[in-house]
Design a protein around this ligand. Sequence first.
Ligand SMILES: NC(=O)c1ccc[n+]([C@@H]2O[C@H](COP(=O)([O-])OP(=O)(O)OC[C@H]3O[C@@H](n4cnc5c(N)ncnc54)[C@H](O)[C@@H]3O)[C@@H](O)[C@H]2O)c1
Ligand SMILES: O=c1ccn([C@@H]2O[C@H](COP(=O)(O)OP(=O)(O)O[C@H]3O[C@H](CO)[C@@H](O)[C@H](O)[C@H]3O)[C@@H](O)[C@H]2O)c(=O)[nH]1
Length: 527
Amino acid sequence: MGVKICCIGAGYVGGPTMAVIALKCPDIIVHVVDISKPRIDAWNSDELPIYEPGLDEVVKACRGKNLFFSTDVERLVAESDIVFVSVNTPTKTSGLGAGKAADLTYWESAARMIADVSTSDKIVVEKSTVPVKTAEAIEKILTHNKKGINFEILSNPEFLAEGTAMEDLNQPDRVLIGGRETPGGQKAVAALKAVYAHWVPEENILTTNLWSAELSKLAANAFLAQRISSINAMSALCEATGADVSEVAYAVGKDSRIGPKFLNASVGFGGSCFQKDILNLVYICECNGLPEVANYWKQVVQINDYQKDRFVRRVVSSMFNTVSGKKVAVLGFAFKKDTGDTRETPAIDVCHGLLQDKALLNIYDPQVTEDQIKRDLSLNKFDWDHPHHLQPTNPTTLLNQVSVVKDAYEATKGAHGVCVITEWDEFKKLDYQKIYDGMQKPAFIFDGRNVLNGSELRKIGFIVYSIGKPLDPWVKDLPAAIVRMCLLWFPDRVGDTSFGVIGGSNLMCEYGITRPAIDEQIIVSIE
Ligand SMILES: NC(=O)c1ccc[n+]([C@@H]2O[C@H](COP(=O)([O-])OP(=O)(O)OC[C@H]3O[C@@H](n4cnc5c(N)ncnc54)[C@H](O)[C@@H]3O)[C@@H](O)[C@H]2O)c1
Ligand SMILES: O=c1ccn([C@@H]2O[C@H](COP(=O)(O)OP(=O)(O)O[C@H]3O[C@H](CO)[C@@H](O)[C@H](O)[C@H]3O)[C@@H](O)[C@H]2O)c(=O)[nH]1
């Protein structure tokens, strides 16, 4: 038998990554360990803890042969040659760097445990996404008890995307391994390279120094998210000008220097990585005395927040500036299709926005459970990224306004509006005539993913809003009416471009409304 691998953290990264290593390297024994017993039990059952196309088959093929899931963390770490660490690295919620910096509590406790239980030399691999220079701190922890054991630390960030994890792992664009430029460091790099070389072509295995590898992970996510924020920023301009964001994205992406990928305008990016990693990058820039660089990347997250907020405001303003007591169907809750993962999904912010305007939500997602949805709507920002059993919940009465239902037809029945938040394929194939017939009129559809055929829906009778597409006359005329009314209310502020009106529930000029209160929630500035 070859080397023994142990991976600490049986999550979205640890589980699939180790399953593929086990599949491709029958000579290697792979143990995946976790502090969460329910998670390990699920990995050992027929109902895996995560949904990822193609994962079941690989786990079933290897489990019990050279792939094992266990809570016997210390023993299995002690017995291994290579230890991957793939634990949570959430955003700090308090103290220095709160709201930005990475919280390395779980990483540090894993490193201390490795140092304490080890009786033989080990290669310790950073699989979690960590701030650049983390390896230096980890090295100090690993060597603190001076037992004469040699630890070599490597950075081997993971680039898989959820929903396509198995393809990404089978045929990675690249595998990145960073190590110390010492003979010991280079030997460790070669050992890890030999594992991936079982199936990844040599030219796709990149080796760098430790800091380049750590930073490349944050940089790659920042670049990807930046493309989405760029096209989303354009989507707002498209709506203001009559351009179509899909046409713009196609035309821009045809430039081979730019390329077509990651230019789909959306209600906003979600997922456990982009926001967290960019905030982490921002913090690192600030700590290194680079506020201009920090502000540049911060804007990617700010545009994303703006996009989610803009979507909610469109929904509310289109539906006569109030959704109070109205049923709104939310189709999709996962942060993207083909995953049951809801971490940092834009659905959470959209639902919160609508709930605060007193909407009654009927939520349906093919892969997300009612418990998960209600939990997500009750969690404070950033608390989702802790091991499940350590997440603090925050009971909220807003949940009284939420129903989670079993299919899209049930969700839309009797609804005033439908919001498509996740691009699940099944939403493209629904019988929209049937949905229209069952809804209140006028019936609204807000397509946050541009997956529906707007002109077909308009023929049925829907009022349609699609991100970054020419606006339906109904949607378009509303803000204009509000501006006109505002000019009457505040004639002294004409020409003051900093001035705007809220989209609060009492505002709809052509429906006999009262003068609105002004607050920071500006939706229309008066030009
Ligand atoms: N999800 C992704 O697509 C993705 C992709 C690339 C990188 N990453 C990074 O990989 C890391 C893990 O992400 P994830 O999505 O797999 O998280 P996850 O929450 O799904 O899994 C982490 C697991 O680690 C376990 N854990 C925490 N502390 C532990 C400890 N001391 N000992 C044993 N187990 C412990 C938790 O119980 C949990 O099951 C993060 O740093 C993340 O940023 C994630
Ligand atoms: O054109 C696009 C592409 C994506 N998204 C959204 O962006 C988010 C993230 O999507 P994606 O990147 O496909 O999924 P993740 O699983 O979050 O993967 C990202 O984050 C991982 C964790 O770090 C990295 O490993 C991956 O390389 C990186 O793609 C999702 O909400 C998508 O809907 C868009 O809105 N428009």
